[in-house]
Design a binder for this molecule. Sequence first.
Ligand code: PLP
Length: 415
Amino acid sequence: MEYSEVRETDPAVADALEGEVRRQQDTLAMIASENHVSEAVLEAQGSALTNKYAEGYPGKRYYAGCEFADDVEELAIERATELWGAEHVNVQPHSGTQANMAVYLATLEPGDKILSLELEHGGHLSHGHPANFTGQLFEVEQYDVDTETGYIDYEALAEQADEFDPDIIVSGYSAYPREVEWERIQAVADAVDAYHLADIAHITGLVAAGVHDSPVGVADFVTGSTHKTIRAGRGGIVMCGEEHAGDIDAAVFPGGQGGPLMHNIAGKAVGFGEALDPAFDEYAQQVVDNAEALAESFADNGLEVVSGGTDTHLVLVDLRESHPDTSGGDAEEALAEAGIVLNANTVPGETRSPFDPSGIRAGTPALTTRGFDEAALREVGDLIYRVVDNVGDESVIAEVRERVGELTDAHPLYE
Ligand SMILES: *Cc1c(COP(=O)(O)O)cnc(C)c1O
C-alpha cells in the first residue's frame, strides 16, 4: 500500500503512514480492541465526503448539497438495522465514548447516579471513571466481578442496585471474557426503575453474527464501536427502541457533536455491508474458536486464565501465580519486542498499580481477519508463553521474533 500523493507533498507523513502499514504487516495485532479493515473500508474513509458538512440527519440537514451524504448515511442505517435488529439506529457518534455520552445526555441530569463495572474489573473510562466526564458530572458507584470466578456476580449486583438506587446501570465491558447475561441485568435495572445501557463496544461484531447473545430489544440502550469485532472503521453507534429515538438523535447532534464524519459513516456503510455477508458469521465464530484455542494453549503452559477460559474474542491472563516477578507491563514490553502487540491489563482483585498491572489481555479479531486458525493460535499462545517465561532473555525474544516474521509473511495484510 502506497501513499503516492502524500509521498510527493509530505514525505515525513508518508514515512509514518507507510511505516504503520509495514508495522501492521510485520507484527501480530493482539490488542483485543483492534482489527484490520478491508481496503474498501479504507477507501471509503479516505473519500471526498470528508469535505462535506451534513449537520442533521438524512432528509433534515442544515446544509445544502447533502444528497450523497444522505445516501451513505441511509445505507449505513439500513445495514445496521439488518445486522442488529434495533428499532432505531444512530450511526453518527465519532467513537464509542461519544455513543455513550449520547445515552447519558438523553437520560441523565448532572448529579444523577450511574452504577457500572469497576475499570479494574473490565469496565471502561466512559462508564464513570473520575478522569472522564462521566465521573465528573455524575455520582458513580461501581460493581465488581467475583474475584474467585472472574464472572459477574449478578446477585451482588442486584443487592448493590437496591441500596444505591441508580438512574442507569451500565453493562458491557472492555476486558470481560464471558458472555453477559443481559436479561439478568435488565431485571436488576427494572427492579430499581433504572435505565439499562448495554455497551457492546468490544463484541459488536460477535453480536451481529449471533455468536454472542444480543442485548438489543432487552436493554433500553445499546451502544457499540464499529472498529473492534466488526471491521467498519473507527467510530460508534447507538441503538434503542422507537420511544427513545428522538432523544438519542438530539443527544448525538446537536447535544454532543457537530457535523458528522461523513467519510467515516461511508466506512461504516461499507463495513456493515461486508458484515451482512454470511462469511462474516463464519469469521465471528472463528474469532471465538481462536480465542478458545489461545486460552487452552495458555492454560496448558501453566498460565492462569481469568475465569478459566473465554466465550468471546479475548483472553485475560493473571500472571501473579505463575510469574510473580513479571508485571503485565514487563510482559507487554518483551512481547512487543518479539513482534506480538498486546496490552498489560488489570485483573480482578488487582494488587499492583493500574499503570503496571498484573495481567495481559490478548484478542483474536485481527489475527482471525488475517486467516489464522486454531492451530495457529495455539502456536501463538506457545510463543507468548515463551516470551513471558523468559522476559529479559534477548535470544529467546529474537527466536520468537523470527517465527513471528514467518507467520506474518504467510498472512499478508494489505498488498
Ligand atoms: C472500546 C470501548 C468503548 C469505545 O471506545 P472509543 O475509543 O471511544 O471508541 C466504549 N466502551 C467500551 C466498554 C469499550 O471497550
